[in-house]
Design a protein around this ligand. Structure first.
Ligand code: WTA
Length: 636
């Protein structure tokens, strides 16, 4: 984007924020135009564009075909084994129509919830758009989550259908998904599920029962025509479960009109998208919010051509990503700092061997990017000529909130810099008072979003109280993000990480409380405390401290084995991403006199620092014992 258009966005948002958002919304196709922009009278429950009607799938597909862009490539799919597929917008629409009819044929109606548990393949995008097309509500569950996690999400949302695949390919092997679904549904444990639709991806053997239907059979029988109708702007579009401060993940609810406005506007402007010529690639899995907003809805509503890749960056070798960029001439690349740090460690040779001259804009998301990684990204990947956009946002915000806009001002390594036009943020102290800024910048404080925005979450599924309590009660009238932040001397924002019990491991969001509950579900474990310890590559790593049950000690197979078994247990309960890097068996946990576990001290141990102030501990010898044990090497 030339700097003028970037700057004019800031200007128009500043002169009339709501008119600015209404203009952004009007860039979409509305089945019925809206006349009202925002209703905040029932705060924190907002409505945006309330009297308008819109269809998300129509905006992602039909519109491009109707407006003459049907032959543009929508998806360039690269399978892990090297198989490829290409879908034009016209082709993606044709498949989505059939899938929508198949869903209707299974009795799925507007408002019904559909769980999607898939690898990163084109059918996943088609499934999402088919669900949205008929006004049903998708709940995508990351394919790396365990069957227990899938089961609890299905039950919380009372989903009627699961769309899955026999499996997917990862690190050179086929893994199973249908199997995990069977396990989740076993013993009537998900009574709301009526059918399971199964995409054939790996051709591995799967058990098909009377409620299981092959996707290809259902689509082959389905009618080819499907007319998308408009749904109310506030009609639910999806639920996405994310970790919070308690053991139970929250179902974050997004609705249609505002969400689409947010993702479409940010995708176009933050990445300076030129839809006719750019090739865009976001490496996120569709199971996370980044995949929802910047693989599915943002790029497709903007008519972009994008790469999707099934596997991991190291398969068959660490060359893979760079080969893909060179092969498809990717011009906009969006990934997480963890990946950059991994490649930094391996060395630039692996990147240097490829022609990456097509790259123009590089994005970063999911965790703070340290200046060193920022420079490496810019120089080694971007050849020193690409813009870097460090984008701060959350599952709850739906779309990017803080980021530079290419060309609008000079970027700064390590800082996400400014709220986007239309977004108002602040940094406050404990009492909600804005932090004082001096010519040197400000103290650290809590990041807030001070005015409602179109893609804001509309609630926590089934729990309006939790929505209010978690996000709005702490600083009345403002959205509490859960991140620490400070302003620097230029007024740019530096994100300082989470201030609650949420941790980020390789950009994936986990909750310490959730891992603790998984651990205490094991019959050996009496008590558990989990901390996120600094990690050079993954930003944070899971470190757990457990107290064993007395009666379990008899049959437990020695401490090293216990730690090993419990680490696998967490993988089984939640998913491999939550597997602790280290588990320490301890005799006691450090607690205050009121019984609160002092995680700060455990974090000191986990990060190898001298243990801090222990004066508030009920028994200060506890930390000495833990520390002594660590130094005796008796850990996993
Ligand atoms: C963190 C991911 C610093 C932050 C889109 C936030 C970041 C959490 C950045 C949300 C960034 C995300 N710089 N921190 N550019 N982007 N975060 O819901 O702590 O998986 O609260 O959404 O990721 O994680 P979530």
């Amino acid at each position: 984007m030339d700097s003028n258009s970037g700057n004019s966005l800031y200007q128009s948002a500043q002169s009339d924020r709501l008119a600015f958002w209404a203009d952004q919304a009007r860039a979409l196709h509305w089945h019925r135009p809206f006349t009202k922009t925002l209703d905040w009278s029932n705060a924190p429950f907002a409505t945006w564009f309330e009297d308008g009607q819109i269809n998300a799938s129509y905006n992602a597909l039909d519109r491009h075909v109707i407006e003459g862009r049907g032959n543009r490539i929508a998806l360039l799919f690269e399978g892990e084994p090297g198989d490829t597929q290409t879908y034009t917008y016209q082709e993606l629409l044709a498949e989505t129509k059939k899938a929508a009819n198949a869903l209707l044929g299974l009795g799925i109606q507007s408002g019904d919830r559909v769980a999607i548990y898939m690898p990163m393949i084109p059918e996943t995008v088609i499934a999402i758009l088919a669900v949205a097309r008929i006004g049903a509500v998708h709940s995508v569950v990351f394919g790396g989550f365990s069957s227990d996690s899938l089961r609890s999400r299905i039950n919380d949302a009372q989903a009627k259908l699961v769309i899955t695949a026999d499996g997917g390919f990862r690190k050179g092997k086929a893994y199973g998904l249908k199997e995990a679904v069977d396990h989740a549904l076993a013993d009537e444990s998900c009574p709301s599920i009526e059918n399971v639709l199964v995409v054939q991806r790996t051709k591995q053997d799967v058990l098909m029962t009377s409620k299981d239907i092959w996707w290809h059979d259902a689509l082959a029988k389905a009618d080819h025509e499907h007319i998308a109708v408009g749904f109310d702007a506030e009609h639910p579009l999806f639920i996405l479960y994310t970790s919070g401060t308690t053991g139970k993940p929250k179902g974050i609810l997004h609705t249609t009109g505002g969400y689409l406005t947010g993702v479409s506007y940010t995708h176009k402007n933050v990445f300076d998208l030129k839809a006719e010529t750019d090739v865009y690639w976001c490496t996120a899995d569709v199971g996370w919010i980044t995949g929802h907003s910047y693989v599915v809805y943002g790029p497709l509503t903007n008519g972009a051509t994008q790469v999707i890749y099934e596997g991991t960056p190291d398969s068959p070798s660490f060359e893979r990503w760079w080969q893909i960029i060179a092969k498809y001439k990717v011009s906009i690349f969006y990934t997480a700092p963890t990946a950059i740090r991994t490649f930094m460690k391996i060395g630039r040779e692996i990147v240097d061997g490829h022609d990456l001259s097509s790259l123009r804009v590089l994005g970063s998301v999911g965790e703070p990017i340290n200046p060193e990684a920022w420079h490496w990204y810019r120089e080694v990947v971007g050849g020193g000529r690409c813009e870097i956009v460090d984008t701060w946002w959350q599952t709850e915000t739906g779309s990017i909130m803080i980021s530079p806009i290419p060309g609008a001002f000079k970027t700064k390594p390590g800082s996400a810099q400014r709220p986007l036009p239309g977004i108002t943020v602040g940094i406050v102290d404990e009492n909600g008072v804005p932090v004082k800024t001096t010519p040197k910048g400000s103290e650290a404080g809590y990041l807030t979003i001070d005015e409602p925005w179109p893609s804001m979450l509309r609630g926590v599924w089934g729990d309006p109280e939790r929505f209010k309590e978690t996000y709005w009660d702490r600083f009345p009238g403002k959205y509490f993000a859960g991140d620490g932040a400070r302003f620097d001397e230029d007024g740019d924002i530096w994100l300082l990480g989470r201030i609650d019990d949420v941790i980020k491991v390789s950009g994936h969001r986990l909750s310490t409380a959730e891992i603790e509950s998984a651990l205490v579900e094991h019959r050996w474990v009496a008590e558990a405390a989990v901390v996120g310890a600094k990690d050079e590559i993954t930003e944070q790593a899971v470190v757990a401290f457990v107290i064993l049950r007395q009666d379990a000690l008899d049959d437990a197979p020695g401490e090293a084995n216990i730690a090993k078994i419990l680490r696998s247990w967490v993988s089984e309960k939640i998913g491999a991403i939550a597997r602790p890097r280290q588990i320490m068996v301890v005799a006691e946990l450090p607690k205050t006199r009121s019984g609160k576990i002092m995680r700060r001290l455990l974090k000191d141990v986990a990060e190898g620092r001298p243990v801090g102030d222990v004066t508030t501990l009920a028994d200060s010898s506890v930390m000495k014992a833990i520390d002594a044990k660590l130094h005796s090497g008796a850990t996993d």
